[in-house]
Structures are given as structure tokens and as C-alpha cells.
Ligand binder design. Sequence first.
Ligand SMILES: Cc1cc2nc3c(=O)[nH]c(=O)nc-3n(C[C@H](O)[C@H](O)[C@H](O)COP(=O)(O)O)c2cc1C
Length: 437
Amino acid sequence: MTADPFRLGWFANLAAPEWKSVYSGRDATTNYLNGRFHEDMVRNLERAGFDFIMLEDSLMVSDIYQGTSEIELKHARYAPKMDPVVTAARLAAATTRLGIIATASTTFYHPYQLARQFATLNNITEGRIGWNIVTSSEDLSAQNYGLDKLPEHDRRYDMAEEFVDAVTKLWGSFQQDAILADAESGYYADHTKVNPIHHEGEFYKTRGPLNLPAGPGGRPVICQAGSSPRGRDFAARTADVVLVIPNGVEGAKEYRADMRARAAAYGRDPDEIKIFPVVYPIIGETEREAQEKNEAWYARKQHNFEVQMAHMGALTEIDMSVLDPDQPIPEDLTTNGHAGQFEIWRKQLAGKTVREGFSGMRVQTTEMVGTPDGIASQMDEFMQEVGGDGFLIYGQPISRQSIAEVTDGLSPALQRRGLLREDYAHATLRENLRSFV
Ligand SMILES: Cc1cc2nc3c(=O)[nH]c(=O)nc-3n(C[C@H](O)[C@H](O)[C@H](O)COP(=O)(O)O)c2cc1C
């Protein structure tokens, strides 16, 4: 038995690609900053039948770890990083069917500005744009936007809920059919179909109407990745696509059942929400090559330790360098940052010292090692076990070689098994996401 066909998305951060390999060329310098690297990447993804690329974001140069940005910049973790909303326009111009999901934070945008930028993107991409809604998780980002601290975790979700309501009303305020361009009557647009919203809530005030229609489908696709109970509720109410770093197959099953139940409780058809667990495929031409690559990754203990300590520090705003590396992570450590994610990490680190845990930890848990065909088979098994809609491919740092391993190795292997589309049935991201249930 084989699973039903599923979808693929790629998690991309617009930071520098692989820069140490002999094959890096100028990709991590010129070709990254002038946009060509990612432009080539999205052409590959489209050729390989991906539903979308998701452009993540953060808004700071972190200096939490050891009180300096040294390790962060040494490993090019968070900076430099291109703005995903601006880059989305460029990547859309290089493709015709691939969905482009850009991250934007409800804590720092204003609803009118966001509604306008994403409506513009939805129009110029002819319905291929998505918005990954985040609330941000770092005081350092807040300090770049005139605040001393981030609002508290659940308060950020209160703001996000009102933000999304205001944005949704703005997207509906300029009706799609308001544009007549009727030379005979002399009306370009019908003013009765363009109306203010007069939104005045606890956090935001915006009069409207938006000064353009929201484009195909009436709004962009909404993507969310909250993992705390509050975050899951928010996603269940608003999202078309949810992203999750599951704790293995059992974690993925639990998350899927929980999200579908929450969506149903909001009166939604659970099939409207497409769930994408993150996977990290390590691909070799032979099984042995893949295993060697995997072992080589774990062997870089000091490198991994530094990178994970700085990464976790940036996301939780806890300076991990003050922890005793030979003791387990303290139980009373809490964060106002990525709360749900922090709990997943805590489970992964259970029973290990800080040093052991961080030097052998990857960003997500579902790793698959093998040949393209072997990984296609592991994905098939995962889908049969968990049920589901697709996978979000993560690879860090990326290179032309690692992209090709997926787009020209794994994707064709999945297609041969009937697990991945060979062509796009529709023009818009939402229609393609829903084209097989
Ligand atoms: C696959 C994935 C991608 C994410 N991308 C971003 C991102 O680009 N920017 C960001 O600030 N947070 C990002 N997050 C974090 C989530 O938005 C959320 O804050 C985090 O999962 C913690 O959930 P919680 O706030 O409900 O505890 C991502 C999370 C996941 C699992």
C-alpha cells in the first residue's frame, strides 16, 4: 500500500547559503545579496512540483550568547538576512506556479501597511502569495522598533488576533468586482463597493477602505506555526497552512489530531487546514554515503554546540553560556520567546548535559537519511502512519547541491511512486493546496 499524494514546501531562510564548500562559488556573497541564488532555487522548486517556499524571518542581530554577536555572525545564523516581503516579489517574478509564503510579524507591522503590501503581492503574483503570521519572540527585535521589551507571550497572540481581524476586514473593504473600467458609463470603479471599516479595537485603529482589492481568492493564503496551546488555537481559527516541528511520529499524530479537533471546534472543515511537519532529509547517492554524511554532521560537535547555543539563545533570549555545560538544562528555565518550541527542545534535551544535548541536536526532530528512493519510502511510511498533507523540507545551510538532491533526486523518486504531483492543476496557491484532499 502507498500513501495518497502529498505536498511539499521548503523552509528557506534568507540568510547566506553554504559558504564553506568548494562548490559555494560566489553564492554566499554576490549571488545571495543580489537575489540570484534564491531566484535559481525557486525555479528548481517549481520544476520539482513544490507547492510553496516559505521565507522565514527575524528582525535582529542577536548578541545574547556570551553578550556578543561574535558567534552569531561567525556562523551567519541570523544575519545578514534579506526582507522576505520584498524578496517575495522578486521570487514570484521568476516563477509562474510556485506559492511564495513570506513571514511578517503582527507585533511590528501596522494592519493597514501589511494588508496593502500583501494585497499588492497577491495581485502581482496572481494568487500565489501567502503570509506566515508570527508574533516575534525577541526583545532585541522590539528594541529595533522603539520598544524596550516584547509584549508578554499570550498578549502578543491577543494582538495578533485583533490584527488579523483588522487585516481581513481591510481585504474585504475593496470588493473584487468594484473595478468596472466601463468607458460607456464613465466609471472606472464603483464607489458603493469600496467602504471604510472603521476598525477601533484594543490595540489597533484603522479606518479603511484599503486602496486596492485583495486579489485572487479575496485574500492571500494564511500560514502559521504556533505550537503553544494559545498558538495552536490561533492557527486553528485562521490558518490555511500550519507548520510544525513534531516530536517524532507520535508527536506528529498528536499534533494533527489536536489541530483538526481545534479547527472543527471553530466550525471549520478540518480538511481546510493543511499540516506540514518539518523534515530534514540527508541524501546520498548510496545508503552508505548518506549515513557517512549524517555521521559527519554529528562529528562536528564543537561547531554544533556553538551554533545551537547561539540559535537557542537568540530564540529564547536566554544566554545559554551561563549554564553549566556538564549539568542538565535547569527545570525552572522559562522564556517569553518561542515558548512552545522551547518545550520541544527541553524534551529532546531530557537526561543529557547541556554540552551533550547541544552538540548533538538538530533544529528539528524528524530526520530522514538515505538515497532519494529510500527517503521517498520513509516519507511514504510516515504519511501512512500519521496521515497528512505534506512535508516542509528544511536544510541548513543550503547549497545548489543540497537543493538539487531534493528537486532532482527526491522529487522524481516521489513522483515515480505517485506521491507527488508532476504538474500544477491550478494557477493559485490556495487552489493547488486544496486540489487533492
Ligand atoms: C517551521 C516553523 C517556521 C517558523 N518561522 C518563524 C519565522 O519565520 N519567524 C518567527 O519569528 N517565528 C517563526 N516560527 C516560530 C513560530 O511562529 C512560533 O512563535 C513558535 O513555533 C512558538 O510557538 P508559540 O509562540 O505558540 O509558543 C516558526 C516555527 C516553525 C515550527
